[in-house]
Design a protein. Structure first.
Length: 320
């Protein structure tokens, strides 16, 4: 009987500790944005107070973050819309579809202001240079396509991947472009002349997303096999940091005390990690299906996530 009492007490302590951790780490939901009629695949914040979302219903929706309401529904794609990217100034938005078309929009009016037939196959990722003059697109055809935004003309394409391209990011100085994809290779390009400068491997793991830290501290990849991997930039030597079970998309917080990673995976939650790893510092739960994308607001006080469940959720980026 004594053993049973000891076991019962021990179990109670474990339950209390787990419950305490859950309540201490659970993040606050601000709003759920509904309007899409299918999977929501990508989101992006503008620098002007808007949030864009896109998905399988073939539309792009623009949301006013001050009142959490739709201000424009952008129609024009003939299939699923899989990628989004605001310009650095927020004066235009690019969207890319499953038929290889890229469209430019004026966020203030909702009007289409440009089109680019980038590929005959689906585009999975967009990236814009820091000065807003070059747009990169990658996807199913294994190529990276480059487009001059001011001239509305193609520049060139970059060939080097053996499978779909899913990650694209320009360097802070705008001189290099980094691409990655299903083949596990990460390629650094001099995009102006098309040269491959460096190549590293993510261990034959599908790379879902790439991020280059504004503070110049590292190149970060979301991979299917190992979660988050980080390389020193620009040397591309591994710094040994990795997180498990968080490899679909990520955002980075560098404004507070120490770097934090915001990640999503197939477990339907958003997690915030300290740079040292360990267990998540915060967990945001509420989506009913896989979370496909996550972004931080420009002031890094708000998290947005989108899901297969057809919703976009906004969360408070809680302080330490």
């Amino acid at each position: 009987m004594t053993h049973l009492r000891v076991a019962a007490v021990a179990l109670t302590v474990v339950v209390v500790l787990v419950a305490g951790w859950w309540f201490a780490t659970r993040g606050e939901e601000l709003a759920t944005l509904r309007g899409h009629t299918g999977v929501v695949r990508a989101i992006d914040f503008s620098s002007t107070g808007l949030l864009a979302s896109c998905g399988d219903d073939g539309t792009v929706r623009l949301w006013d973050l001050s009142n959490k309401k739709t201000v424009h529904v952008l129609d024009g794609h003939s299939g699923k819309v899989r990628a989004l990217q605001f310009s650095p100034k927020g004066d235009w938005l690019a969207s890319a579809g499953s038929h290889g078309d890229v469209r430019l929009w004026d966020p203030s009016t909702g009007r289409q202001i440009g089109t680019w037939d980038a590929s005959r196959k689906g585009i999975e990722r967009l990236a814009v240079s820091r000065d807003g003059t070059v747009l990169a697109a990658g996807g199913v055809d294994k190529l990276v396509h480059l487009w001059s935004v001011p001239d509305r003309k193609p520049l060139r394409h970059l060939a080097g991947h053996a499978k779909h391209v899913h990650g694209l990011v320009f360097s802070p100085d705008g001189k290099r472009l980094v691409s990655a994809g299903e083949d596990g290779s990460i390629i650094v390009w001099d995009w102006k002349d098309g040269r491959q400068l460096k190549t590293v491997s993510a261990g034959n793991h599908h790379v879902h997303n790439l991020l280059l830290a504004d503070d110049g501290e590292g190149l970060i990849a979301c991979t299917a096999g190992t979660g988050i991997q980080v390389w020193n930039w620009p040397a591309l030597t591994s710094n040994g940091l990795s997180f498990q079970g968080c490899g679909l998309a990520l955002a980075l917080d560098t404004t507070r005390s120490g770097r934090k990673y915001v990640t999503v995976h197939e477990d339907r939650v958003v997690k915030v990690w300290d740079a040292g790893g360990g267990i998540p510092k915060k967990v945001y739960s509420g989506h009913r299906d896989i979370v496909l994308d996550v972004k931080l607001s420009p002031d890094q006080t708000m998290i947005a996530s989108c899901s297969v469940d057809g919703t976009v959720k906004l969360w408070t980026m809680l302080p330490d």
